[in-house]
Design a protein around this ligand. Structure first.
Ligand SMILES: [Zn+2]
Length: 415
């Protein structure tokens, strides 16, 4: 009940009291609760036109004669711990979702630290009942959020994100995985070549087959082309250097996906720069290893690729040569041909991650991870990319025809 208001130091103080006060009950064996004076308490509420507002309530005190305890009148709609109304507290938490804590604080006339604390408890409460089951095919990847790589885990088959952890350090991953039940149900894990994933997967998922995500593998073939382009470019006069730099995107594309015009541009570029042509050919043939139908065929295709790789290309393709030399990595890479799963689903997270990154540094990740998670869970992740089917159905096509590769290499062109 509103009993009038006053202004004090620029704030609006509204006097209020409960319409029908309830006498509290005491839980002791001999409860005998009596009124015991009143005390004025102020609770912060929504600002009105930027003016801070307080509810001033004469709160009834009680005393139990049985146990000598002091009891307070119950105040519905009031968070007595935080000295604010529940509606104001909830508004603060909701305002802190799309904003930094600083902005949410400014908007509501409170300190940044208070906005942060309120958001944390709100988020923890929302996540309290969040559970998920480990899937049959588990994806492990990372996304850089505010400068640090975060551990992302998803269900590859349903393309849903399951969890986001602030760190992917080995110790943190171990502590986290210890808390997960049903690890024995996981049959396949897709991961990149981050050693800590390999370590934990060997330890926590002994039954699962680990597959190195193919996009993380073929990426190095694109990097090799880039490396060749840079070395060619460095030897050119200014003009050629600039024009070659403009071709970065052309070289990054798969030739088969280019328009007729693009194909023509690429062809003439490669005839102008034979070293780049060789690099692109090697890259394309490396990609083609993934067209193989089974592990044995892929192993042979890789060996053929390796045998035919021109010596001058070796330093550019060195990352591929070295991880393939490692027996364990190589085995995990070729596991793809038994379980052709990739982490492509994770690409659909990018838009969301960008959004988090734009929200700025006030976004606290220890709990900030909570928000996108619940939101994501609500809308099953989908890849809307028209290339989805291409990406997800890679087990098509043919084995590598070595003689064609050889001919292409010698001709300096991949057509
Ligand atoms: Zn009592």
């Amino acid at each position: 009940m509103n009993l009038g208001y006053e202004e004090r130091d620029g704030a609006l103080v509204v006097h209020a009291e409960l319409r029908d006060p309830q006498t509290p009950t005491c839980t002791c064996p001999n409860p005998k609760v009596r009124k015991h004076g009143k005390r004025a308490v102020e609770f912060k509420d929504h600002p009105i036109q930027r003016q801070p507002v307080f509810l001033r309530i004469n709160r009834q005190r009680y005393r139990c004669e049985g146990c000598k305890m002091t009891l307070m009148e119950d105040l519905p709609g009031i968070d007595t711990n935080r000295l604010m109304t529940v509606r104001f507290r909830n508004q603060l938490a909701i305002d802190a979702i799309p904003r930094t804590f600083r902005d949410a604080g400014l908007l509501n006339g409170v300190e940044e630290s208070l906005a942060r604390r309120i958001f944390h408890s709100y988020a923890a409460k929302r996540l309290e009942n969040y559970t998920f089951e480990l899937p049959r095919v588990l994806g492990m990847d990372e996304k850089v959020i505010q400068g640090s790589p975060r551990f992302v885990m998803g269900d590859v088959e349903t393309r849903k994100m399951l969890d986001l952890q602030p760190s992917r350090r080995l110790l943190d991953l171990e502590a986290y995985l210890h808390t997960l039940d049903g690890r024995e149900k996981v049959e396949v894990i897709t991961q990149d070549m981050y050693w800590a994933y390999k370590t934990i997967n060997e330890r926590f998922f002994r039954r699962a087959m680990v597959v190195i995500d193919k996009f993380h593998v073929v990426r190095y073939a694109n990097l090799a082309v880039e490396s060749v382009r840079k070395s060619v470019q460095a030897k050119l006069a200014n003009e050629g250097r600039v024009s070659l730099k403009r071709k970065i995107r052309l070289l990054a594309a798969r030739p088969e996906n280019l328009s007729e015009q693009g194909k023509y541009a690429l062809k003439s570029l490669l005839s102008d720069y034979p070293a780049i042509g060789t690099a692109v050919t090697c890259k394309e043939w490396f990609y083609d290893i993934y067209q193989c139908q089974n592990r044995a065929e892929a192993e042979r295709a890789y060996q053929a690729w390796l045998d035919l790789l021109p010596p001058e290309m070796e330093k550019h393709f060195k990352p591929i040569l070295s991880f393939m030399k490692n027996r364990r990595w190589r085995q995990l890479i070729f596991n793809y041909f038994e379980h052709p799963y990739t982490n492509a689903y994770i690409e659909s997270l990018n838009g969301l991650i960008d959004q988090i990154n734009r929200a700025g540094r006030g976004y606290d990740l220890r709990y900030g991870n909570v928000k996108p998670l619940t939101e994501l869970y609500a809308f099953a992740l989908r890849l809307d990319d028209p290339e989805t089917d291409v990406i997800l159905s890679t087990m098509v096509g043919h084995g590598v025809d070595v003689s064609t590769f050889e001919r292409d290499l010698v001709a300096g062109s991949f057509w």
